[in-house]
Design a protein around this ligand. Structure first.
Ligand SMILES: *Cc1c(COP(=O)(O)O)cnc(C)c1O
Length: 411
């Protein structure tokens, strides 16, 4: 009896022509020539548009979809998304600059993060975006800045709920957390917002990230809506906006399959109808990062050397963990697993070879693929890492070993 090992989910978004992967309709070798150097990150605008359209179809029509820039703040990507989504969520004033360069109105932009500097709060206040306050101290600082400048602060409270998002890659709510104000203390926080005469917007409840289980997301969304209803009585004014977080994941590793967004959308539609029976004027928002951009991006590196060490084949490429920490397995993984990888210049090769793909850094951590069966590659071939549109370049230690930078482009 043979047991098939778990496989990567199908990576069919990028078509193949001859032996080459096509990115934005361009054969990969030609794209590399156009870029002028490897490694590079490439993002596909057609796939970004397609993803948002499919998601809208699956979600309730009155749900607002926001993009969290943290996942990929590349200006061209953010510009494109500004035309597709309903708002942006930021995690720094640096991201605010990118967001405000787009057509998105500040009214649809909010900023979260556990350690906002007074200078950042002032920038947010002056820009007219919503601040998701995460502590009592931050609330007082914002109120002071508001009094000093005469600018009325738009505040929402980020809540650290008592529940958590089950089966998540990263938990960001429930238990003791540096994010948000504990649910139990919300009545006090809301009273303070009223006393300080700030422009109360609503709540932000973000409980976790990278979740592929529809049931877990449905449960957390329902709990978020219920929590907001329980808190409505304490609010200084009606809840204008309720951000119920996101956490929609994408399949990275063998054995993972795509999230069933239709199932999530159907359940959310019913839960929103119940919520709106009590709070008809609240705008309900989800905020997504990787789900919108992750699958639209590739990391491309060139094979510099091919060597065999005691029977094991190594492809040494010109890119690695300094550009793509997550693919090397060093960004929050407990056990290292391979991202989906292909030989972008030998897509139809049928003769396979088990190889390890390593980067140029002088550290055993610099691995892009560990013992994967791939079509045979040689020096000069281009290796592609899929699922690289989120938490790639800006989530990597680019200064490590003083290697050249990667290019980034949107096609
Ligand atoms: C990280 C983060 C996101 C985006 O998470 P994804 O897993 O990329 O969807 C959204 N909102 C907040 C508050 C975050 O911290």
């Amino acid at each position: 009896m043979s047991i098939t090992p778990p496989q990567h989910a199908d990576m069919a978004d990028f078509p193949v022509q001859g032996n080459d992967l096509l990115v934005g309709g361009i054969p990969l070798p030609q794209l590399a020539q156009r870029v002028g150097s490897t490694p590079f990150y490439v993002y596909d605008r057609r796939l970004l548009s397609q993803r948002v359209a499919e998601l809208r179809h699956a979600m309730p029509p009155d749900l607002k979809i926001h993009y969290a820039l943290k996942a990929n703040p590349m200006p061209a990507v953010v510009q494109h998304l500004a035309t597709l989504v309903d708002g942006f969520d930021l995690a720094s004033a640096g991201e605010m600059k990118v967001a405000l360069d787009t057509v998105m109105s500040p009214v649809h932009i909010s900023m979260a993060g556990p350690g906002k500097r007074p200078a950042e709060l002032l920038q947010a206040l002056a820009a007219g975006i919503t601040v998701n306050v995460e502590s009592f101290h931050e609330l007082e600082t914002l109120a002071q800045l508001s009094a000093q400048t005469g600018l009325k602060a738009r505040v929402a409270v980020r809540i650290n709920p008592a529940f958590e998002l089950k089966a998540s890659g990263m938990k960001m709510g429930g238990g003791a957390k540096p994010f948000g104000i504990d649910e139990e203390r919300l009545p006090d926080a809301l009273q303070r917002i009223k006393a300080l005469d700030l422009a109360f917007q609503g709540f932000h409840i973000y409980s976790g990230s990278q979740n592929l289980k529809a049931e877990s997301i449905i449960e957390a969304q329902q709990q978020s809506l219920d929590l907001a209803l329980r808190l409505a009585a304490y609010c200084p004014s009606p809840i204008r906006t309720l951000n119920i977080g996101g956490g929609y994941g994408i399949p990275y590793f063998p054995g993972e399959s795509r999230l069933d967004t239709r199932q999530v959308g159907t359940a959310l539609g019913a839960a929103m109808a119940r919520f709106k029976a009590e709070q008809p004027d609240t705008e309900i928002v989800i905020e997504l990062g990787r789900y919108l951009v992750g699958e639209a991006g590739l990391y491309v590196a060139k094979v510099l050397d091919k060597k065999i060490s005691r029977g094991q084949v190594f492809l040494v490429v010109d890119g690695g963990l300094h550009h793509h920490l997550a693919a090397s397995g060093n960004f929050g993984q407990v056990i290292r697993k391979n991202y989906p990888v292909a030989i972008g210049t030998n897509m139809r090769g049928t003769a396979l070879e088990t190889v390890s793909i390593v980067g140029p850094l002088c550290t055993p951590l610099d691995i892009l693929a560990d013992k994967m069966a791939l079509p045979i590659a040689d020096i000069g071939d281009l290796v592609v890492v899929y699922q690289s549109g989120a938490y790639g370049y800006t989530a990597s230690p680019g200064l490590f070993l003083s290697q050249p930078k990667a290019e980034e482009l949107l096609v």
